[in-house]
Write a protein that binds this ligand. Structure first.
Ligand code: 3NM
Length: 217
């Protein structure tokens, strides 16, 4: 798995009237290097159509493409991987179906992070760091303390997520994060390209100037 920096996730609620593929292309042009299709509302056949379109887009730009929740859609659309939550198919079962493809797991406490690592996740999500309205039924914010814990002991790639904005990302990076995921701040931005550029700049500054941040992975 490539060393991604900025993870962008689709959420059409944040850009009414704008085409999702256009928004995600702007995110990629701004520096997002991994894209996830996340759609909790549409019919499966509509999600599949979006997956085909995003696969074409991500291939054109040579960035990773992940499908949230649906292994069948991920496989059919030839995505690079799938992202699963704690209540989805267990990692071992998902691995049988996904083979060498990427499997990412959402984690909300260090025990879940350890388990995902032990069982062969390719990366984990670490959050929600701050309060978020984007994900329903999510646990209370895990705070920067969980980010520090993961930074100290988890060796597989991990990405901080949840309520991360340009105005608070520096604190997440200072806690040890080297990869950032933002949903509403990116896809809801009036300037998606510029927002992503600023995220990437901050991530790269933190990696370069943060001493051991990069050497950890
Ligand atoms: N997963 P925003 S938080 C999709 O903690 C998702 O596992 C989370 O959206 C987790 O950047 C989240 O708009 C939503 O707060 C993040």
């Amino acid at each position: 798995m490539r060393d991604f920096r900025l993870y962008a996730i689709t959420d059409e609620r944040f850009h009414p009237g704008r085409d999702m593929i256009e928004v995600m292309e702007e995110a990629i042009l701004g520096g997002a290097d991994i894209i996830q299709l996340r759609d909790k509302r549409s019919k499966k056949r509509d999600i599949l159509r979006k997956a085909y379109a995003l696969r074409e887009l991500t291939r054109k730009h040579d960035v990773l493409f992940i499908v949230n929740d649906h292994l069948d859609i991920a496989l059919e659309a030839d995505a690079d991987g799938v992202h699963l939550g704690q209540d989805d198919l267990p990692l071992k079962a998902a691995r049988k179906l996904m083979g060498d493809r990427i499997i990412g797991i959402s984690t909300h406490r260090i025990e879940e992070a350890r388990e995902a690592e032990r069982e062969g996740a390719d990366y984990i999500g670490v959050g929600p760091v701050f309060a978020t309205k984007t994900k329903e039924d999510v646990v209370a914010p895990v705070t920067l303390e969980y980010v520090r814990q993961v930074a100290a002991e988890i060796t597989i790639p991990w990405v901080a997520i949840g309520g991360i904005k340009l105005h608070n990302v520096d604190r997440v990076l200072a806690a040890g994060a080297t990869r950032i995921c933002a949903v509403s701040e990116i896809v809801g931005a009036s300037d998606v390209i510029g927002t992503c550029r600023r995220f990437v700049e901050k991530i790269m500054n933190a990696r370069g100037g943060g001493g051991n941040a990069e050497s950890r992975h």
